[in-house]
Design a binder for this molecule. Structure first.
Ligand code: ME8
Length: 671
């Protein structure tokens, strides 16, 4: 997208369900949004930018979570919403507002929007029968379920529901939505997400059930309080409702000609934002959003983050040990916006030490130490008629080129690309210092050494501003150490040599203290313990299984608890063989994975990557017989090719490996 650098800019995150405290996935979206809006504030001016986040507090999922804690829903959501606010403070998030869907200012707008849509004739009453996943707060189609009628995302059985419901005439908007996608081809980005949405809409839209009568925790339907408004209709409206209480805020919604809202969301909720939301706005006659910007999904050690796996990453613990700036840097540097990424503590520590402590931190440290030693702690600027070499013209040109790259990357909403460019400049600064060697020059040409050090300080000033949207707190400290008072010279760098002659530097504590191997070990242990603790807490808050509602017909039990029957022919499609482990080793940076070499006798040898590291040390696996599913489609796991699956025992938690009860030759078939 080519964002113009003037005019208003409005960016939102999803509003998060308050069923649980925030994890690294929620933090990622909010950090990315914060970085983009901080950058835009630098470029457009503070008043021109509005950054919204908040919490989604209604719906059956939350009603059940509160029941499990024996709390009123309001007390429960108040508690967790507070955790979100605290987390965003810890992570240096500068949101302009925090909208909660249980606030009156929001509920009123939801009801008003409903009424407008109803007045247009786009809401009608009917009965709904379908398969509902409470985790998604959404009806699912049978064809999208996993065997056993499990929700593909939550791996829980869907519930068969039959209830009276109001419907929104979504089908009526099919053509207008397709026109919108044709007219604004980057309405959704990345492009492949746009294509998915278009294909979905082209395949035919069904009207949407938009009210529920089986529970009460929601915004009542105007004129029919037996129903509450469907939680997604309620939630999507936050982007609009948050702007409605002041005219200066309302302007951020934009107009039909010039829509402004950019909705940053995880890829799993693109459909709600790119189909339902614009259709609702079309019906109400309101301007649409400008763009749905979808980012990818974080896994941990190759697996989905989940409480039952105990691999939920707590952003607060990490930022307390490494600084919020370091965590922000890592998540944005690690994956291009839009791509999926795998979180690993090792990769975090590795980037911290090499890029933040070594490259950036050292450049600042060494430069300030030399300025203190050789220049009495002051920046000694060259005179304007000095030669280009003395003025560091080459460094200046590189810095200008990097600024242009950053501008281009941010206009494309690609913070990772911007960081790459900025860190190439950091390395350039280190090279300049090495090559120009002010520590040697000072003996023969002290003025020359002053100039070199001035150029490095000026470069650091540019870096401090360029990196500020990404790492606001550490960059403020960097600028402070350069002797730049808070708030001055904080505008986007353009003029080389603005750092005033005579500025006194104030060398302080190291920006990113290096973490030695012992401390690394300590931290890894600590984070894992924190993860376990968070998991226990979360389990205490976990919602109970669905309880029948008093006044309503009891919802039918989960459709199927175990997998459906299969014919023997289905079983025969599985090629199961006994295999002997030839070697096993850990996969670097993947705590759960082992790379295993297997002997299948006459069928040859195989490499598989298995998530079984927690069960067994790799050495003790060698020589054992295991059972391998041989004809599973090969896949890349943890970056390595895996041709098959070792069968293990246990539901969510691994309990052991499947193995023959006696010695049989490798390659023996299971039958
Ligand atoms: O869906 N990787 O709320 P939610 C990356 N209330 N991002 C992740 C992530 C992961 N593993 N896990 C969560 C809802 N996210 C609704 C939204 S909006 C009108 C209503 C981030 O608490 C990502 O932004 O399930 C994702 O879209 C969002 O959290 C889902 O948060």
């Amino acid at each position: 997208m080519s964002a113009t650098s003037s005019g208003r800019f409005y960016l939102t995150t999803p509003i998060y369900y308050v069923s649980d405290v925030p994890h690294i996935g929620h933090a990622y979206t909010t950090i990315v949004g914060d970085t983009i809006t901080r950058y835009e504030r630098l470029r457009r001016g503070k008043d021109q930018v509005f950054y919204l986040t908040g919490t989604d507090e209604h719906g059956e999922k939350l009603e059940r979570a509160a029941q499990a804690k024996q709390m009123s829903p309001q007390t429960f959501v108040d508690l967790i919403a507070e955790e979100y606010k605290k987390t965003w403070q810890i992570l240096d998030i500068e949101n302009d507002d925090f909208i909660r869907t249980t606030e009156t200012r929001h509920e009123q707008v939801v009801q008003k929007l409903w009424q407008t849509i109803a007045d247009r004739g786009d809401i009608y009453s009917d009965r709904y029968e379908g398969l509902y996943c409470v985790g998604c707060e959404n009806f699912l189609l049978e064809k999208d379920l996993l065997p056993g009628n499990l929700c593909p995302d939550h791996k829980r059985p869907v519930e068969k529901r039959s209830e009276e419901s109001y419907f929104f005439r979504l089908s009526k908007y099919q053509d207008r939505l397709l026109e919108l996608y044709a007219k604004v081809p980057d309405f959704v980005s990345p492009q492949r997400r746009m294509n998915e949405v278009r294909t979905f809409v082209e395949s035919g839209l069904r009207d949407l059930s938009v009210s529920r009568s089986s529970f009460t925790w929601g915004v009542p339907v105007p004129g029919d309080p037996r129903h509450v408004i469907y939680v997604w209709i309620d939630a999507l409206t936050n982007y609009y409702s948050a702007l409605q209480d002041r005219p200066d805020k309302a302007a951020f919604w934009g107009s039909h000609e010039s829509p402004l809202a950019i909705h940053l969301v995880g890829k799993e909720i693109v459909r709600f934002h790119a189909v339902y939301w614009p259709a609702m706005l079309m019906s109400a006659g309101l301007p649409l959003p400008r763009k749905i910007l979808a980012h990818g999904w974080w896994t941990v050690d190759g697996e989905k983050m989940s409480k039952t796996l105990g691999n939920v990453v707590d952003p607060r613990a990490l930022s307390q040990d490494l600084s919020a700036s370091a965590l922000r840097y890592f998540v944005m540097r690690e994956i291009p916006l839009g791509e999926d990424g795998d979180f690993s503590y090792d990769a975090l520590l590795q980037r911290y030490n090499s890029e933040l402590a070594n490259d950036l931190g050292n450049l600042l440290n060494r430069s300030l130490a030399m300025v203190e030693k050789f220049c009495e702690g002051t920046a000694r600027r060259w005179s304007s008629d000095a030669s280009p070499e003395v003025r560091g013209e080459r460094l200046h040109q590189r810095a200008l080129a990097v600024c242009a790259q950053v501008e281009a990357a941010m206009a494309e909403l690609q913070p990772q690309k911007a960081l790459e460019a900025i860190f190439s400049l950091v390395r350039e600064g280190n090279t300049y210092l090495e090559q120009e060697a002010p520590f040697t020059k000072v003996k023969t040409d002290p003025r020359g050494a002053d100039a070199i050090l001035y150029n490095v300080l000026e470069l650091l000033r540019w870096l401090g501003v360029l990196l500020w949207p990404f790492m606001p707190e550490r960059c403020a400290e960097l600028l402070r150490q350069l002797g730049i008072a808070d708030g001055t010279l904080r505008s986007w760098p353009s003029t080389w040599g603005e750092l005033l002659d005579g500025t006194t530097v104030r060398k302080g504590a190291t920006l990113f203290p290096r973490i030695d191997p012992d401390r690394q070990k300590e931290l890894l242990e600590k984070w894992r313990a924190a993860r376990r603790e968070a998991e226990q807490k979360a389990q205490a808050l976990a919602p109970p299984p669905p309880a029948p509602q008093a006044e309503q017909p009891a919802p039918r039990p989960a459709v199927v608890e175990s997998l459906p029957e299969i014919a023997i022919e289905d079983f025969k499609k599985l090629e199961l063989r006994v295999a002997k482990v030839l070697s096993a080793e850990r996969v670097p940076k993947k705590d759960r994975l082992l790379k295993v070499e297997l002997d299948l006798g006459p069928l040859g040898k195989r490499q598989v990557v298995a998530g079984i590291a927690e069960l067994t040390a790799p050495e003790s696996l060698v020589g054992k017989s295991v059972v391998l599913l041989c004809n599973l489609k090969p896949a890349k796991i943890g970056g390595l090719l895996s041709a098959g699956m070792i069968l293990a025992l246990g539901d969510d938690k691994l309990l052991g490996l499947a193995a023959p009860d006696r010695d049989v030759p490798p390659g023996t078939a299971l039958r």
